[in-house]
Design a binder for this molecule. Structure first.
Ligand SMILES: Nc1ncnc2c1ncn2[C@@H]1O[C@H](COP(=O)(O)OP(=O)(O)OP(=O)(O)O)[C@@H](O)[C@H]1O
Ligand SMILES: [Mg+2]
Length: 367
């Protein structure tokens, strides 16, 4: 059986002039794992991928592939397939020939090349397009061909930097699942960088979040969604957040009762940092974790300031005591908002963190 690579990144720092692109990053990617790297622009995602690939040398630290330090192994000897946002195909070769090019160059016999190519083509459902030239394909199919070619090279580790970045939303949604199936069916290890946190949530076994050159959380999509380690992550996964100031009233196990003076209410929040009674804290409430009640009883009541319609949900801006909360309201029979209408709220999930030194706004900024 072919060994699927395990990647270990150990204390990697990369400095460009006075920019610290990566700051002491350590990471372990298991055999056959599909890992997505997400983070704001400039957080070091591409730099990390290039260092693993051997395209860029780290300032400090090492990369191990299957336990072997590969710092002095050049890119083309690392057995890695790379797919980038810009689709690179041979324009004068048909789809099939593009895919069979790497194994042919490696000197495999024609029969083996043919069977490798056919298997990959079947797996990524490119069957009907194999006799076309790249410019006769949609961008989605072009990128599929590029992925198929990376896989055909025999690489056991596939690194992808925003592979869906140049595709329209519908093609990207479809391709990401095909891509994951292909990687899993062939038992490969993949690292996939994306700007799109929804893409990461839906395809990754584990997600790595980078910010300012540092790994700030690693976990399964569910672990990260339900246990965001800081306010920034609570916002980044989902894109929107109500970040509020509160005061700790009571601690009950893993939860605390928090007074949110600006709203005039107390809420129960999951404790994410060490906090003490009486302390000022930062509270994260996701827009989907605030419910509007069908009938207003005059408790925890807000007034609709504005709203946006998204088909299957409304985004409502509700003024509670002069603090505006952003709320996602799924489509319901009784709910058709009008400005000025009053609703009671129920906060069903919240997280409490130490109050950030830099203030709430900066703590959740993308920079
Ligand atoms: N060759 C280089 N020379 C100088 N600075 C660089 C170089 N490559 C990257 N940087 C800097 O390192 C930091 C990290 O860049 P990187 O491209 O890894 O970020 P990224 O997370 O991939 O961002 P994006 O989402 O925009 O692609 C940035 O501040 C960037 O300007
Ligand atoms: Mg990048």
């Amino acid at each position: 059986m072919i060994k699927i690579p395990e990647i270990e990144v150990q204390n990697i720092t990369k400095i460009y002039g006075n920019i610290v692109a990566l700051n002491n990053v350590s990471l372990r990617i298991r055999d056959g794992e599909y890992v997505c790297i997400i983070g704001p622009s400039g957080s070091g995602k591409s730099t990390l991928l290039k260092i693993i690939a051997g395209i860029v040398k780290p300032t400090k630290g090492s990369v191990y592939i299957d336990g072997i330090d590969v710092n002095n192994v050049p890119f083309d000897e690392r057995g890695i397939g790379v797919v980038l946002q810009d689709i690179l195909l041979f324009p004068n070769m048909k789809v099939r020939d593009n895919i069979s090019y790497p194994p042919l160059v490696k000197g495999l016999d024609y029969k083996t090349v043919n069977s490798i190519t056919s298997e990959i083509i079947r797996n990524i459902s490119l069957t009907v397009l194999t006799e076309r030239f790249p410019d006769e394909l949609s961008r989605g199919s072009q990128q599929k061909t590029a992925i198929a070619r990376a896989v055909a090279s025999g690489a056991r580790l596939i690194l992808m930097d925003e592979p869906m970045g140049s595709l329209d939303t519908r093609s990207a949604r479809q391709l990401r699942h095909e891509l994951r199936s292909l990687i899993k069916d062939l038992g490969l290890t993949a690292i996939h960088i994306t700007h799109n946190q929804e893409e990461a949530m839906s395809v990754a076994d584990r997600i790595v979040i980078l910010r300012n050159g540092k790994v700030i959380q690693v976990g399964t999509p569910q672990e990260i969604y339900f246990n965001p380690r800081n306010l920034f992550i609570a916002r980044f996964i989902g894109g929107e957040l109500n970040a509020l100031e509160g005061k700790v009233k009571e601690i009950i196990g893993n939860y605390a009762i928090i007074e949110i003076e600006s709203l005039g209410i107390n809420i129960k929040a999951k404790i994410m940092d060490k906090i003490n009674i009486g302390e000022k804290v930062g509270i994260a409430v996701r827009p989907e974790d605030i419910l509007l009640k069908e009938k207003s009883s005059g408790i925890n009541t807000g007034i609709i300031k504005s709203y946006k319609y998204y088909g299957f949900y409304y985004e409502v801006f509700l003024d509670v005591n002069n603090t505006v909360l952003q709320i996602k309201v799924p489509r319901k029979r009784w709910f058709s908002p009008t400005i000025g209408e009053k609703f009671d709220i129920d906060i069903i999930r919240a997280y409490v963190y130490k109050y950030p030194e830099e203030g709430l706004e900066k703590a959740i900024a993308y920079e």
